[in-house]
Write a protein that binds this ligand. Structure first.
Ligand code: PMP
Length: 399
């Protein structure tokens, strides 16, 4: 045989696998209590409601549901996405919306349509690691932005734009993954001011906003009309309806960018599943999501409060953690000397999992940080999981 002389794409070769996906393999063991994955609680899924939506679609529009559909998305789903955005104070129209197969596809499409190898992309540090993957496979250079307890620091953004001449900035302003931080309205305004004065694209990822524990609706930064020619707002039904359905969207007011993202989608996926879009759109048209989400929010809040209370009793003295106002994650930092990546194997042996913090960083990874998802386990299992963790941390005597 002739040895193969061709190499794989070198940008792709340089990107590592998501360490979280590795942990999922361990988490599949039912005896392990996993705080690792951001998996919505399956017992809270509206299985009957979604099954009825699929049944309705097959009964009334079966052949269409089973046929190829348009790249931009079925009109019903584009309308439904625009309505959800309007409820979040974003002046969106269906024409501005492209449906995607989850927001992860949205991140990939945006990266392909926007980035050339060598472009600089600014990201929060830490941030969602599969966004980093989606960007890195395009061969971009990722630069870290400083944040504080209110999220990205606007002066740091302005300085980074000045210094790096970046193509884009990627932000998760509401219930950030992994930190759980939400930027207050004033901070969003300052960031919009900085971006309006620049020529930098805003990629705003917003899958968690509806999992809020208060009535405070946080308006996306992209709602600012000054950013219409440079904002890409990504949404998803994964956290509020079902991640298995794989329906999300990109709101892109700029026509040329939208068209280019459309070409990219044609090239990679043709379209998002027709039947999934029609079923999801029917579900949204026939349900009041505030009512659907009320018990989910209440249960998630109870689980979050349990986790925070239990952790506060077992994390070693000198640890810090946040108490998020929504979303799925609690972020913590252990005292000097701890290494959460080494500890996670001991934790798995003790029957509990979390995600070590370092892979979420693009610069200066903090080995003492770790992320807990509070949504996947009920209150009792959460307590038991923290008891197991205490044994690993050597703090069970404080219980
Ligand atoms: N963005 C963020 C910040 C996420 O946490 C996730 C899921 N973990 C996604 C995007 C992708 O979600 P999906 O593709 O299911 O919409």
């Amino acid at each position: 045989m002739t040895p193969l002389r061709h190499t794989l794409n070198h940008h792709v070769m340089a990107v590592g696998e998501s360490p979280i996906r590795r942990l999922f393999e361990i988490a599949a063991d039912p005896s392990i209590i996993s705080f690792a994955g951001g998996h919505p609680a399956p017992e809270l899924f509206d299985v009957d409601g979604l099954a009825a939506a699929y049944a309705h679609v097959f009964a009334t529009d079966g052949p269409r549901a089973m046929q190829y559909g348009s790249t931009d998305g079925e009109p019903e789903m584009r309308e439904a996405a625009a309505r959800r955005l309007q409820e979040a104070n974003v002046p969106a129209s269906a024409a501005e919306v492209m449906v995607t197969s989850g927001s992860q596809q949205g991140l990939g499409l945006v990266a392909q349509a926007l980035f050339n190898p060598g472009d600089v992309v600014l990201v929060e540090n830490p941030t969602y690691m599969s966004a980093l993957q989606a960007f890195a496979v395009q061969g971009v250079e990722l630069k870290a932005l400083d944040g504080d307890e209110a999220g990205l620091v606007p002066e740091a953004l302005a300085a980074a734009i000045e210094m790096w001449n970046p193509k884009a900035v990627y932000l998760i302003p509401t219930f950030q993954n992994p930190t759980g931080i939400s930027m207050p309205a004033s901070r969003r305004q300052q960031i919009a001011d900085v971006l309006a004065d620049s020529d930098v694209w805003l990629i705003e990822d917003d899958p968690y906003a509806e999992l809020r524990f208060t009535d405070d609706v946080l308006t996306p930064i992209s709602a600012d009309p000054r950013l219409d020619d440079r904002s890409l707002l990504l949404g998803s039904l994964s956290k509020v309806l079902s991640p298995g359905v794989r329906v999300g969207w990109i709101r892109c007011p700029d026509e040329e960018a939208r068209e280019r993202i459309g070409v990219t989608k044609q090239a990679t996926a043709l379209q998002t599943s027709t039947v999934d879009q029609l079923a999801a759109a029917h579900y949204l048209a026939t349900h009041n999501m505030e009512e659907v989400l009320a018990p989910v929010r209440a249960e998630y809040q109870a689980r979050m409060l349990t986790l925070v209370e239990e952790l506060s009793q077992v994390l070693p003295a000198g640890s810090v953690m946040n108490q998020p106002a929504g979303g799925m994650f609690v972020w913590a930092r252990l005292p000097v000397g701890f290494d959460t990546q080494a500890l996670v194997f001991e934790a798995a042996q003790a029957g509990v999992l979390y995600v070590p913090g370092p892979p979420f960083y693009v610069a200066d990874p903090d080995p003492r940080t770790l992320r807990f998802s509070f949504v996947s386990n009920g209150v009792e299992r959460t307590r038991e999981g923290v008891r197991r963790l205490a044994a690993v941390l050597g703090t069970e005597s404080t219980l």
